[in-house]
Design a protein around this ligand. Structure first.
Ligand SMILES: [Mn+2]
Length: 332
């Protein structure tokens, strides 16, 4: 279960050091990816050293510490609001987004899961933090369930840090995760009354303002309300009243939420729709449940967006919302 990609265990090596064997035991034999020199050839982006990363993290943390858990995004003169699902170390998707859409004229809502699984976790998170620092109003970075040390120790990010920074890796690992714990949990888009978050609705959150009462810097996270916000999934066909225990799926403490729960929640909070990431769909997106909004081309009350190209057979996608309605675009 704890593999980057279950079908992508490519590395074969006859000679393994003790360290490698220990790491493999921790990480269940996932592919360790390209070497740094290959990454540099492939992607013309800034490679940060340890000192520069610490500065980057300090600068980003100052911005995140001023943001509420529930971000309020105002649509101003920007042409589009762009929603980006799980990135998981996919630098190519990230670069395509900013090549296609000028950062000055659009707003970008990243729905979490920046590290783990894919090849370029460190590059992706550094690139995103750099964008956030330069354009704090136009870029929102929400927290995903992989922005937690218990997850990103096991699914690739920690090993990438080990491979790249050796003795500084543990210090960086903790520092990155401190900063991850200061990310906002959700965002509301004023003009369209859309709520964005990584996972889903939580049984114990009836009103979105409750997100602002949750503690910041909740590293693990420890509160059920936040844990479920980062982990839960919508699911068709489950009983109307509720939340179905998903221990067998994603593990203890996670739940599936129904159409009725969603429609009641949207109504109580005067929202039109929910946009979230967290789930892989081959098409790169999926609409869930009956439509309860008047947004053009939005054919459900929940939209899942998935943007990482490194899953087999996926069409990585983003969602673009403007006054004409919603469009889903593939990043091929
Ligand atoms: Mn996720």
């Amino acid at each position: 279960m704890l593999e980057r990609f279950p079908q992508a265990n490519k590395k074969k090596s006859d000679e393994k050091s003790k360290d490698e064997i220990v790491e493999e035991q921790i990480t269940h034999n996932f592919d360790q990816g390209d070497t740094i020199s290959n990454q540099e050839k492939e992607h013309d982006i800034k490679k940060y050293n340890v000192t520069e990363i610490k500065e980057l993290l300090n600068d980003a943390e100052k911005i995140f510490s001023k943001e509420n858990n529930l971000l309020y995004i105002k649509k101003g003169k920007e042409k589009n609001i762009i929603f980006i699902g799980d990135i998981h170390g996919d630098l190519k998707s990230l670069k395509l987004i900013f090549e296609k859409y000028n950062i000055e004229n659009n707003k970008f809502i990243f729905l979490g899961d920046y590290v783990d699984r894919g090849t370029y976790s460190i590059d992706c998170i550094n690139y995103l933090l750099e964008k956030k620092i330069k354009h704090p109003i136009n870029v929102a970075l929400l927290r995903g369930n992989h922005e937690s040390p218990l997850v990103n120790y096991n699914y690739g990010f920690y090993i990438d840090l080990r491979n790249t920074f050796d003795k500084s890796s543990m210090e960086l690992f903790f520092r990155y995760n401190e900063v991850f714990s200061s990310l906002p949990y959700a965002a509301q888009i004023n003009k369209y009354n859309v709520l964005c978050l990584h996972g889903g609705l939580s049984e114990n959150i009836l009103y979105i303002e409750e997100l602002n009462t949750l503690p910041k810097k909740d590293l693990i996270p420890t509160t059920n309300k936040l844990f479920e916000t980062l982990w839960n999934d919508p699911r068709e066909g489950i009983s109307d009243w509720g939340f179905l225990n998903n221990s067998d799926g994603r593990g203890p403490g996670t739940f599936l939420f129904s159409e009725k729960i969603t429609l009641d929640f949207l109504k109580n909070n005067d929202l039109q729709a929910l946009i979230r990431g967290h789930e892989y769909y081959k098409e790169g997106y999926k609409f869930h449940f009956r439509k309860k909004n008047n947004i053009n081309n939005f054919s459900g009350s929940v939209l899942t967006v998935f943007t990482c190209r490194e899953y087999e057979g996926v069409t990585p996608s983003i969602a673009v919302l403007n006054d004409d309605g919603l469009t889903l675009q593939s990043l091929i």
